[in-house]
Design a protein around this ligand. Sequence first.
Ligand code: ADE
Ligand code: ZN
Length: 328
Amino acid sequence: MRDLPKIELHLHLEGAAPPAFIRGLAREKNIDLSGIFREDGGYAYKGFDHFLQVYEAACTVLTGPEEFRRLTLAVLEESASHGVIYTEAFLSPEFCGGADLAAWRDYLAAIEDAAAEAERTFGITLRGIVTPIRHFGPERAKATARCAIETFGPFIRGFGLAGAEMMHRPGDFSWSFDAAREAGMHLTAHAGEWGGPDMVADTIRDLRPERIGHGINASRDPALVEDIAERGIVLEVCPGSNVFLAAVPSWRDHPIADLMARGVKVTVSTDDPPFFHTTMTKEYETLAKVFDFGESEFETLLQTALSAAFCDEETRGRVKARIEARRG
Ligand code: ADE
Ligand code: ZN
């Protein structure tokens, strides 16, 4: 499972920070973060809202471009060790200089520098999706949209929306999504992780994304599932995250197999792997065990992700060639 070539489209860069990495930076900077770690070294939190608080506390040690360069390299090395050959990461200018454009450019240069090094060293390609934090509100999202549009190019490919889903309505972010779309950016938004089918439907109507982060609660409304399948909207499904945060009661109850059977385009990702004690290898192993996924299902997931990736066509061709080379 570990060696199977994989593509991951839903990964929060800061959320992928190993706890030891964050603890090490806290020690270097004399910042007391003891409250966010368990005795065994993992992140300590209870439930989604607290998870977001611990996540933001961890980000306080990522104080400059150099910290993001080191983080990016560490995350990509870990992903590559699980067979990931292409990944898209949510990058938040809010955590990279407070959504100030000049600062954001400096942070981004460091992230891109690390991505180039990781591509040479570990054979993994990274592309970025600029993502406002929903609970910071629509006005701050506009500053993030400006950062996104100004740096849209071969590396920054898309615009997203993450954070507390039950705060604000999707339409509150229309200005930012319209601006990103007009600039030619690809679009995705978290919806239906916590919100019901209405949240997914409103997100599709008001933000018009090509992909949806999670989207699993759409499964409760057969007509909506049919609509998503017909429109070819791709779901970035993160089963291990959903089970760990109790967005679904158990792996058995996860709707991923059912959504695929109903014709929805589905991909698999880890979301914030160390927070949820997962890896791409573990996701694949559990899908095999619980839903009997085999060669054919994993091939479908790979091809769906390859087609749905926000990269340019030259990059897509390079990733395709890398898949074929891995297979020998
Ligand atoms: N930010 C990081 N992980 C997230 C998740 N699972 N949902 C919403 N926002 C997030
Ligand atoms: Zn997410």
